[in-house]
Design a protein around this ligand. Structure first.
Ligand SMILES: [Zn+2]
Length: 235
């Protein structure tokens, strides 16, 4: 078995070396060579690098977005019958450059609004200008997945918390769940006017924690109580 993998990796490495441009991000190459299965193409090496570093991708995507800032006059709104291109729910990250009205066109990332270069990289290492075929940074693809489905990244988040419950500090059980410290419905209700991209922090690591299921149930009950009290107050 290991012989087969070694053989396959030798083949992949030959392909990778052949396709590798003179300039290539060093950490990605290092990462590729350390994989159990060597990615056979530079593009796959970049994808694999970000997939394995979702926290780095999250941080980078928010930093890139901070360079762009929000389009003038933009506010966070949800989809309606007339404006279907807006996010369907407040669970989806606020992304002005994914809206038709603010789209920046080919060569720009629809998540952060910065130019995208070869292999979806975020810096122009090749000095050849934006890649007109790209509309996402590879890092922003991973960040987007992380923001939309943080539960898929529970293992890395558990490790980050040294397997301690974010709510009680006790040991995390196998059944622990990813939680938004400030629940997204409250972000929508109370923090809607937070400037973008600071707003993105509510979907990213600064607002995520892994907590034990019983602590989660309790927290959700508190939140539900808060919601109904608030609804009663509105009535
Ligand atoms: Zn981006």
């Amino acid at each position: 078995m290991s012989e087969t993998i070694a053989l396959q990796n030798a083949r992949s490495l030959a392909r990778l070396n052949k396709a590798l441009p003179d300039i290539f991000p060093a950490p990605v190459l290092q990462h590729a060579l350390a994989r159990r299965f060597t990615p056979p193409m530079p593009r796959l090496a970049v994808d694999s690098y970000w997939r394995l570093h979702p926290l780095r991708a999250d941080r980078l995507a928010r930093a890139l977005a901070a360079r762009t800032g929000a389009p003038a006059g933009w506010t966070w709104r949800l989809a309606s019958k007339r404006e279907r291109d807006l996010p369907a729910t407040f669970r989806m990250p606020a992304a002005p450059y994914r809206e038709k009205k603010h789209t920046l066109g080919p060569g720009f990332c629809c998540v952060c609004g910065q130019p995208a270069f070869r292999f979806g990289w975020h810096a122009d290492l090749w000095e050849e200008g934006p890649n007109r075929k790209a509309q996402w940074h590879t890092a922003c693809v991973t960040a987007w997945q992380f923001w939309n489905a943080p539960s898929d990244f529970v293992r890395i988040l558990r490790r980050l918390q040294q397997r301690r419950c974010g709510q009680t500090g006790g040991r995390l059980w196998k059944t622990a769940e990813v939680d938004h410290r400030v629940p997204l419905f409250r972000v929508w209700r109370e923090h809607r006017d937070t400037p973008w991209p600071e707003l993105l922090g509510f979907w990213g690591l600064p607002n995520l924690q892994v907590i034990n299921r019983d602590a989660h149930v309790e927290k959700c009950a508190d939140e539900a109580g808060w919601r109904s009290r608030r609804a009663a107050a509105v009535v």
